[in-house]
Design a binder for this molecule. Structure first.
Ligand SMILES: Nc1ncnc2c1ncn2[C@@H]1O[C@H](COP(=O)(O)OP(=O)(O)OP(=O)(O)O)[C@@H](O)[C@H]1O
Ligand SMILES: [Mg+2]
Length: 307
């Protein structure tokens, strides 16, 4: 772990039900197996359900934090899968509808978790939707994973476009600045502005179809993503595909166990293992996380909200 604290990864999608929660849970488990100290945050505040999927009934949730009954650290619960969990609270809060001060409080609490939680990785399962407040939570993270399915290419493209638009807006307002004066979210290979997003295709018939979805998005993206200096950028990295496995996930949901535990040798689990490998490759860590600590990015976004 660096001085920058935990590495932060946000899971987003424009459309609901694409598989973010299943994927975040199983990746958290696989990361833990690889020796990482992981915290999974159910940020899907309106319809939190990761606790159901994990078969745990947490005594404390993020609700206790909002109601000021507990410090954010007191809301963390260990799971039997080697990672920690911060439960959302169904039906009471929605990230998009949080009062302004609550959003700022939550973002600052995340900042404390990143700096002082002792985690190597924090996953934010952000729930569906690409409103600017949700995106701002995603854009302060080191890595953002857009989860798409072959059926929802348009929605996936919309998510990418919304991230890019919001990112450039925050950059233009100079809320995302690195120490050297450049705008962060660069992948180091480019002197201009660059936002790197990760793309994961779930519910694919096979890996070929998954990669094909990515290539189709890239094809359209090429015509849209330019820096203000006119440089073409492709702010999207393919991290892998996950097969369509309806019966397997139904069983996992019914038994309230992660699919990886139930079916360790299934192609689903293999895919999760491969994606973990990609995310844990040394060079896969965006250099921006070292340039601009999470704290500063949080400060930048809070500044943007306040002004
Ligand atoms: N790889 C898959 N194969 C088949 N079905 C899947 C797959 N991944 C997800 N699903 C189906 O999609 C449903 C929703 O999954 P999940 O709750 O993980 O999605 P989500 O993106 O988190 O949804 P929400 O946006 O509502 O939070 C699951 O109950 C399952 O039926
Ligand atoms: Mg979900």
């Amino acid at each position: 772990m660096t001085n920058a604290g935990a590495r932060t990864i946000a899971f987003i999608s424009n459309k609901g039900g694409v598989g973010k929660t299943h994927i975040a849970i199983n990746l958290a488990l696989q990361f833990a197996r690889e020796g990482r100290r992981v915290l999974l945050v159910d940020t899907d505040l309106g319809s939190a359900n990761a606790d159901l999927r994990l078969g745990i009934r947490p005594l404390v949730t993020v609700n206790d934090f909002f109601e000021k009954r507990a410090d954010i650290f007191q809301c963390l619960v260990p799971t039997e899968y080697g990672f920690h969990f911060l439960a959302g609270k169904s039906g009471e809060f929605k990230l998009a509808n949080l009062a302004h001060q609550q959003k700022i409080r939550l973002l600052r609490a995340f900042d404390r978790l990143v700096r002082d939680g002792g985690y190597t990785d924090i996953f934010f399962d952000l729930g569906a939707g690409i409103g600017s407040r949700v995106l701002d939570f995603a854009l302060v993270c080191d890595e953002c994973i857009i989860v798409a399915t072959p059926q929802d290419i348009v929605a996936a493209y919309a998510a990418l476009k919304a991230c890019w638009t919001r990112f450039t807006r925050l950059s233009d307002m100079h809320y995302f600045k690195s120490k050297t004066g450049g705008v962060h979210f660069t992948d180091g290979s480019h002197s201009g502005r660059k936002l790197r997003m990760n793309f994961l295709v779930n519910q694919a018939e096979n890996l070929r179809e998954a990669k094909g979805v990515y290539l189709r998005i890239l094809d359209v993206a090429r015509t849209f993503f330019y820096t203000p200096e006119g440089q073409s950028v492709l702010p999207l990295r393919y991290i892998g595909g996950v097969p369509y496995v309806h019966a397997l996930l139904r069983t996992a949901e019914r038994s309230k166990l992660p699919a990886l535990v139930l079916y360790p040798h299934h192609p689903f689990s293999k895919a999760i293992g491969e994606i973990t490998g990609v995310l844990l490759e040394k060079q896969s860590v965006a250099p921006n996380r070292l340039d601009v600590p999470f704290t500063d990015r949080v400060r930048g976004v809070v500044q943007a909200w306040v002004s």
